[in-house]
Design a protein around this ligand. Sequence first.
Ligand code: SAM
Length: 280
Amino acid sequence: MSQSGTSAPRAGSVKQITSHSNPLVKEIKGLIAQRKHRTQSGLFVAEGLKLATDAMGAGWTVRYLVLGPEAKDNPVAQKAAATAKARGAMILEVNTAILSAMTRKDNPQMVVGVYEQQTVPLSSVTAAGATVWIALDRVRDPGNLGTIIRTADAAGASGVILVGDCTDPFAVETVRATMGSLFHVPLVKCSQEAFLAFARNWPGTVVGTHLEGSVDYRAATYPEPVLLTMGNEQHGLGPDIAAACRTLIRIPQAGQADSLNLAVATGIALYEIRRPHLEL
Ligand code: SAM
């Protein structure tokens, strides 16, 4: 996976922070609040001990691990801090007021991590060994994206491709919604143009989900590897991407809803495609 980020700060140290105006407090606040800061630094924030354990277990680079007072008596948090420090991270010990202000939460998690972003270049995505990659056309909602990444992980998809102007996968709401799956699912970002060229050369089936699709998703066949494309929440699948699909499938609906939520539709289609590979 490619990595990006600013040059590392003094590594492997422990620092106590007691002032709200400490530059590191401001930096972490900026990473939480603004995409611009995340893009410029190549860093992002994930809240919680579980995510810290997931991230380090999956080999992601942790820059800072912020520990609130409760972490002192928590053996799992202490172990995470020792691992992070051994890998060169800076451990920041803060009080609850600073943790609250940093995360803008009344009841903050006792551990907050700052990690280096990781994405995979489109050129390195191969069909070899894959059953299904998911492509999201201009996904805008952080909760939808996080839920899709989590579902991709659960269903065993090979990864998620973000096509065009998508919401930031490293926004704190997205990361939270992935419940740690962000650290296990390869992510690609690309333009629509690059994606169309990629889809043209895809050796398997390119499937689109579309409200005007004529094929019931349960009746379609899915020769592997599958490239499953999902449309934007407001506008659906763009016409050029729809035209690149071999099949446009539809999920039947009975009630008055215009459409299904994007993440729900992704889950339904994905589980159908992965059906032969999944068992209890
Ligand atoms: N107004 C949009 C439209 O006209 O397509 C609705 C988009 S829907 C909220 C977001 C995406 O979820 C769709 O582009 C499609 O990929 C998928 N989707 C939602 N409901 C679907 C259904 N019943 N059948 C197939 N795909 C569906």
